[in-house]
Structures are given as structure tokens and as C-alpha cells.
Write a protein that binds this ligand. Sequence first.
Ligand code: ZN
Length: 357
Amino acid sequence: MLSGFLFSWWLCFSPYTTQAPAPEKPVNIVLIIGDGMGLAQIALAEYLYKPPSPLAQMEVIGLQKTHSATHLETDSGAAGTALSCGVKTFNAAIGVDADSTAVKSILEMARDRGMKTGLVVTSSIVHATPAAFYAHVTSRGSYEEIAAQLVATGVDVFVGGGEKYFADRYSDGFDLVESLKKKQYQVLHLDDPRGRANLESIRKEHKIACFTALEDPIRASMGRTYLPWMAVEAMDALEKRADKGYFLMIEASQVDWASHANDQEWLALEMQDAFAMMKGVLAKVREDENTLLIITADHECSYMSLKGKRSPRVEFSTKVHSSQMVPVFADGPGAEEFLGIYENTEIFKKMKDLLGL
Ligand SMILES: [Zn+2]
């Protein structure tokens, strides 16, 4: 009797008591978005890229449905808002719901919790996908308003084109580059040959605004090389500044543009650039066990397929976005949450829950 009591007491307090392990929680999240990067775009890179493919090394694969509140074929504004804010909205909307009410983004929630935040893109920094993470406007084309909202949001590190929407403004004539400097930003230009060295040596107290073009950055095929190394630099810079973790969104923006243009060569080089970036980010993520890496798209573009015998030949069916589901790859603490088929808005909710925001 007594031994039975002691045994059950031992079971209650023993370190060997079997309990379901608590789900792993990440300290940092890196979200990579390939704009317009559907399965066929990925397959093209898989056939062209020298193995090992970074996506083939990801632990978990799921699928997301990309439709907006108004269309099966979403645009990047509505899809970006679904990923960043967790709401389905109308096409062309940025950070507002279907009633045009502003909705807080995962980046803003992370910032409010004391986490550091970053954006690295190969479009202009005010383009729809990055804008969905910090701006709230009903029309994605309001670039000067979006630029003003980026300054107000206080993203710690951002890299992308579109400097003219800060420096040369029609709507109010304000010099937002000066505003950035007043807000403790170190403003850099990637055409400055010292740009790379500058980023590495920027003091921790400074935020980083790195402009890569006056308007849209050039294509990878025309000599744009910054995405792979700048993605890792941004992770380093955020890590250096973060006491409570960081949230970073990286976008391979021009995969979409090449698909719209039905240009196989442009697309192949953008996908190879995206793969080189993913490889570097994944290697860095695997240096510790604190960072959840998610790689997905906002939508597919051009209803693309691959044909041919030995080397892939791309067949584009349209010049617009499609309604196809797109894959979600995840690696690191919390990755298993991304198994299955779900709405794009669920990605926001999963990130929010995993960060405890
Ligand atoms: Zn597009």
C-alpha cells in the first residue's frame, strides 16, 4: 500500500514523467517571399540550380490558398496584406481590411513588443509586398504616402529601391531622406562602392536605410547582385541590435515581373538569384536554433508550365496572376505548424502565435 503510494508520488514528481513536449517557439522569424513564385517557377530553378537546392533542405512543406476577398487571382497588395496582417482584402489594398480599415501588421506587432524589424527587397521599398508590412492605404500606387508611412513606422533595417519617393516628392516637397537621418537612420546607397563596408561598420545605435535605386532596382541579368549578401547582412545587423528577437521579410520581387513579361531568361536568373539568397539565409538560420525560416510566395504568375526533353522550356499561359495554390516551406522552431493546406491569412496567425504577439 505504502509502496504503491510512493510509486504514484514518484510518478508525479519524477523528471521521467511523460508529457507532450511544449511546442518549440522561435526567437526570430525570417519570412522569404518569392513574388509570383509558383511551383513551376520553383521547378525551373530546381532543374537549373546546381544541387543541393535550398528548398529541398527545408524540413516542412505546406500549401496556401492565395485568393483575395474579391478575386481568385489576387494581386500583391491583397496577398501581402493577408500574409502581413491576417485579413483577406480587396485587390490593390495595402494593410487595410475589406472595409478599408487599417489592420496592424506582424512587423508592427513585433516592433511594439520590442523586437527589431527589417525588410530587404529587389523592388522599390514602397512596392506592394514590402508596403503591406508597414503601410495602410487603399491603393498600392500611393507611393509617396507609403514612403511617409515607412519613415513613421521606424523599421530598423530596410534595403530596396524607390529613393525618389523619399527625396523628390511631388505631393508635399518634403525631404524624407532628411527625416530618416533625423530619426537616427544611417542612409546608404548601394551604388556607393563603399556601401558594403559601411553596412558592416554601422554603429548599433543607428537604424539602416539602404537605397538600391532611385526607382526600381535593375534586373539580376543586368548586374544586380545585392540580394544574396544583403539578406545575410540584414540578419547580422538585426541580430546585433536585437535583445528580444527580430522579424525580417525578404522579397525576391522580380520573379513576378519576369513572369508577367513571359521572359524565360529573366525569370531563370531571378530564380537563381532567389535560390542563392535562400541558401545563404538557410545556412545562417542553421547556425543556431532560435530562428524560424518560412519561404513562400504571395501568388503564382502566368499559369506557367515546363516542357522539353533535357533542358526545361518554359511555357507561359497568360501575362497575369493565377489562382494556383503556392507552396510554403518552413525550417526551425515551430516549422511543423506549416504542414497542410490553409489560407494565406493563416501564415500571419501562425507567426503571431509562435512569437507570442
Ligand atoms: Zn504581379
